[in-house]
Each structure stands twice: as structure tokens, then as C-alpha cells.
Design a protein. Sequence first.
Length: 749
Amino acid sequence: MTTTIIGYPRIGRHLELKKAVEAYHSQTITAADLNRIAAQIRQQNWQTQAQAGIDWLPVNDFSYEDQVLDTAALFNLIPQRFQQLQLSPLDTYFAMARGTQTATGFLPPLKMATWFNTRYGYFIPELDDSTTIQLTGTKPFDEFKEAKQLGYHARPTIIGPYTLLKFSRITGTQKISDYIEGFVAAYAQLFKQFDQLGADWLQLDEPALVLAPTKADLALFRHIYTALLPQKGQLKILLQTAYGDIREAYAQLISQDFDALGLDFVDGQQTEACIQEQGFPDDKILFAGIVNGRNVWRTNYQTVLNQLHRLPVKHVVLSTSCSLLHLPISLKSETTLPEHVRPYLAFADEKLADLVAINDLLAGRKPALLLVNQQLFNHSRGAENTRVTERLQTLTSADYHRKSERAVRQQVQQRAVPLPMLPTTTIGSFPQTAADQQRKMAFKQGKLTQAQFQSATHKRMQACLTEQTKLGLDVLVTGEYDRDDMISDFDHQLSGFLFTEHAWIQTFGTYCAQPPIIWGDIAWTHPITVAETAAAQQLTNRPVKGVLTGPLTLVNWAYPREDVPLRVSATQIALALQDEAHALETNGIHIIQIDEPAFRSQLPLRRTDWYTGYFNWAIKVIRLVASRLQSTTRFHIHMCYDHYTDILDVLDQLDADALSLSAKDPTLLDALHDAHFTTPVGLGMFDTAQFKLSTTDTLVTKLQASIKQLGPEHLWVNPDCGLKTLPEADALTNLERMVRATKQIREII
Ligand code: MET
Ligand SMILES: [Zn+2]
């Protein structure tokens, strides 16, 4: 059989691409240097795949910023405001991705959105009334020629017209249907050019097909391709999907004139059922995505072999479930991972090896590979913690309920720690000055001892508490001066996680993340935040809020285990945080907040699966953290970065004593009112992502609007997220005005 992949990581083995793009922007290298470095990365990527034994290589999977933006730029989907700058094509492209300084100020970049349920963000193309869809770029052709010259059997890949259209935002007065003809003509032009260049195949990525297309969506898809496919000439078309199954579209796809379909057998729960029940045409090739392209574990060869043997399909190409973009490049770069865990792990390069091994086994070659692989799955990994698994088994419904109802709790909480109406607070972090950053850096470089760092941090916290008291805030925080990163500060203190040295993945633009790996059962072994929080509480009479990163954010931003459901790891983390919360409580902390910015990031793509696939257990996981707290302890949840109006019923079931939500969505307030939301809320009074000062008057107006819709009794007053992103002066001014506005309102109600 033939082996291929959908795409390979492009950030570079040593983050060469990130460094080069950033160097280009700081003008330390030229456009020609940047192009040369990019070409080297592409060449190395193809060479790696070819040397691993992959038969057929994708091209144009490379991108400086994002493949959706590349496709938009290729077809001239460039909003007027960027066209007008009259920059070179490269700089126009970068202006759309990063924004740019103009004579009249900073022109912000295109908006971003989350790419399926991954951590990757793509740029949202815009279609306005003056958009002329036209093949104006040359990138895919240039890269195809480049690969061909190097002697590779290359298959150009590109985002398909349906996904591009569905993921674009129409900013003018036209309708989707007004753009179809333009899209068809432009893609037909692309077909023609590839045909002329001697490409035999073209991969059109249409992952939007996994997002439960409606009848109208399917009609749109059919309309586009019925017009387009007759123009393919000699070219063969692979319709590639990923991130789930295409149950709604399957029947239609097998009847259309595609030469091959690429389907996801990993996240696509019903992919195999579709094929078994509806068959697969003999005249098409199935690109079977059987190797997981987004998680870091070795493939179970036997499982895949069984699956392939079951398939009633004549022509199969072995492939990955999605692009390998979501994986670090190679395990080889890691020197500190324990020896016994290495055989279980597979980053991008090891996934290539998996594909080739499966192909060998199918052909009856190298049977020893199967035996070695089976060892991994037939034996325990030695990562169990029986104390934790037993604790999980003994959970009962009482573990998901607090000792009393919220209404009762409110009374005892108010008696234990009285707070004024409209209590004011912050989310946890305070601004980082240059001195704060230097202190952390000096500690990391060993220029400060642990004791020196701690004492300096303690002084800083003390100053921050004084500042908060001066501002008149009601519930204080430590300011998080001892913290680096809300994820690693927690997972490094729990047992059960693995950490890498160089395993970076691209999240958006040239931003990268280094997600931890959940290796085994997760347990709390020692207090994490207790010393710092209790020390802060010693310094003030006002209540200090303990702030923890929530269980769902910790699991959703890690590589999950494949040997147990995500629910199990999430529950284990919740129990660990329950222990931490208990330790805080016994050390005099009466308000505890968990931060859940990633609350909905693993939500199933189909709405019909939201409860069964996620919320049914996610709600319990959060409630588990709080269930053992005294009724006198206030349990708060903070969420940000996302939209919430469509999940208010879920948020209300979390049984928090207060929920702080970023309130960028202008419809949120009315939605809370209409939903008869019962949990007290703190709606972000100002935006911590923007250096913008709010006037006291606007804050008063905002508060009044909230009071009108929700009543004054159940409202908190706080910014929309932590303050660490803001310059100190701006943050303090905004806080001062927030408190002043609150006091004004208290006087009049
Ligand atoms: C992304 S949510 C961040 C919450 C954290 N406690 C902070 O204040 O920075
Ligand atoms: Zn936040």
C-alpha cells in the first residue's frame, strides 16, 4: 500500500520558522533571508518524510502564519483596508496576520477563531462587497515546483472552497451564494495551473464537513463541486476531511466525482460505520486516517490492522487522521524523558514510522514490529496509583453536592465573612513591571537563591496587598507574583504528568505552546498555593481569595491519555484540587476560585453530543472540587476567552457561589436575564487584553445595566481576567474607577 500524511509541522525543528518570521518583523533579516529559511525548512520536512519511508508527500502544507490565511491571500480575499496599504504581497499577508502601523494608527489584524477542537487558531477571511475572488498568488505552485525539482512525488494540498467559504465572514451586503461563482472560477484556475505543472493529484481540505452540515450546507457543497469537478482535466482530486466523521455528507460524497476521499478513523466515531453500511465505491481510493495526528502516543498496530482488514474497500492509502501540525516534531530532541516512557510516545516523526510499520505489517514484512508494539498495550504501563483509582471508585452522588444549597450557603457565608453589596475583587494576577520580570529571570538563571526569591516575592505581594487595600477592593488576591504560567505552575506540582524540553507546537501565528502529557493517574502530593495564600491572609483583615487552575483547563490543555477516557483524568485532577482547596480552607482561606478559561475547548463538534460527550461529566468534575468545602467557604469560578450565551444552563449547574465571566459579548447580559440565571455573576467591567482606560461614568452605566437585568444582590464587580497583561498604571487607574463606580452605585440603591 501507499503511505502519506495530510501535513507536517512547519514551525521548524528548532523553531526556525518562528525565529525567522519574528526576525523579519524586527527587521533583522530581509524577505529574501526569510524565504531562504522557509525553503530550508520545507526541504528538511520532505527529506524527513522520504527518509522515514513515506511514499507520497504533501506540499503547500507549509505556511508562515496559517493555511487558511494563505488560501485567502492566494485568492485575493484581502479586505480593502489592507489592499489600500499598497504593500508587497508578503507584507500585505503579514499585515493581515499581525496588524501594522499606518499613518493613522495601528491597523489590527484579522480576527481569529479556534480550528475545530484543537488548540490551533486560524485567521477568519473576510468577504466584502468589493472582494474580487481571483487566483492572484503563486505559493502552492512555487512549492510544488520546489518539491518536484528536489525529486519528490508531491501532492499539493489546499483548503477547499466549501471550508474557505464557510469559515469566511461576510462583512458587506452580499450573501454566500453571491460568492460561489467566483470561488468556482478561481479554484478551476488553480486546477488548470496544477494540471499544466504536471501535478497528478490535488488534495482539497474540506474539514468543515465534520461540523454537522445542514441540508442547505450539503446543497452548497454539491453546487460548488458539481460546477468545479468537470474542470479537473487530468488532475485527480482527493477530498480530505479531518477532526471527526462526515456522517451527514457521506452518502453525497461517495456519489460525487472525487477520485479519493480522506476520512478520519480516529476522531471519526462513525467513519467505519458509514463505510460498512453504505459501502465505498471501487473506483475511488480511500485515504484512511488511521494514525492519530493530534495525540502523542504510539499507534496500536493490532487495532489498526484489524480495522483495515474489516474494511470492504478495494483501494486504500494509509494516512494520518489530521495534519501532524498539532504534534511536536521529534522525540529525538527530548533527553530527559524517563527511558520506560519513551517507547509509548510518538511525535510527528514517530508517527511517520508508525505508518510505515503498519504498511510493512500489512504486506507481511517485519512481523517482529508487531510483537514489540503489542508489549506496549498488553501490559500495564506502571503509571497507576491505586490510592487514586480506589478513591474514584468510591465516589457517590454526595461527592458532587455541597453540604447545603446555595441560598443557605449565602447566608452563612455572609455571616462568617461579611461583604458589602456589589463586592469588588480581581481575578488573581496583578501587572508585571520590569522589576518583576527581572526578579523571575534572575531566579531562573540562578542569580537569586530560592530563599532570596521568596523573600523578594513576599515583599512584592505585601506591596500589592497594600495597594489593593488603598484601592478599597473587598476581596484581595496575592497578585500571583510567584507564578509563571497558570498551567505549568499546577501540573508540575501534581504527580502523573510528563514534561518535555522542546516539544513545542504552533497555536496561532508564530505563538507556540508546550503542552504537558498526562502519563498516569494524577494525584495531589503536597500543597501548591497554600503557603503563599495563607501568608497573604496573614497580612490583611480583608478576605484573601485562593486561586487555582481548574481541572478542565488542566486536562483540556494537555495531551490526554488514550488508555482511559478524559473524564477519568479530569476527575483525578478534580480530586487533587479538592485536596488543595481543603488545605487552603484549613489554613484560613474562605474564598476559593478556580480558573477555567478552557472550559469549553474540548466540546464535541456536534451540538447533539455536547452533553453525552462532555457536559455530563464536566459539570460533575467541577462540582467535585467544591463538594467537601464548608458551607461558609465561597467557591468561585472564573471563565474567559470564550462565548457563553449558548451554555448558560450548564454554567448554572456548576453550583458556584459566584461566576466571573469576561463580558465582551454584548448579548450576554440579556441572555443571563432571559435564562433566569441563578448563580451570582461578576461580569468583566473592563477588558484586560486592551490598554484602554474606562471612565467612571461608563463603568457606572455598565453596572446599572447589570443591576437592571440581574438585580443588585447577586452581582460581583471585577475585571474580565487577570491584570498581568496590562501596564501597571492603566490597571490601577481602571481598578480605582471600578471601585469608585461601585461606591457611587451603592449609595443610590
Ligand atoms: C486566563 S485566566 C487567568 C486567571 C489568572 N488567575 C490570572 O488572574 O491571571
Ligand atoms: Zn481569565
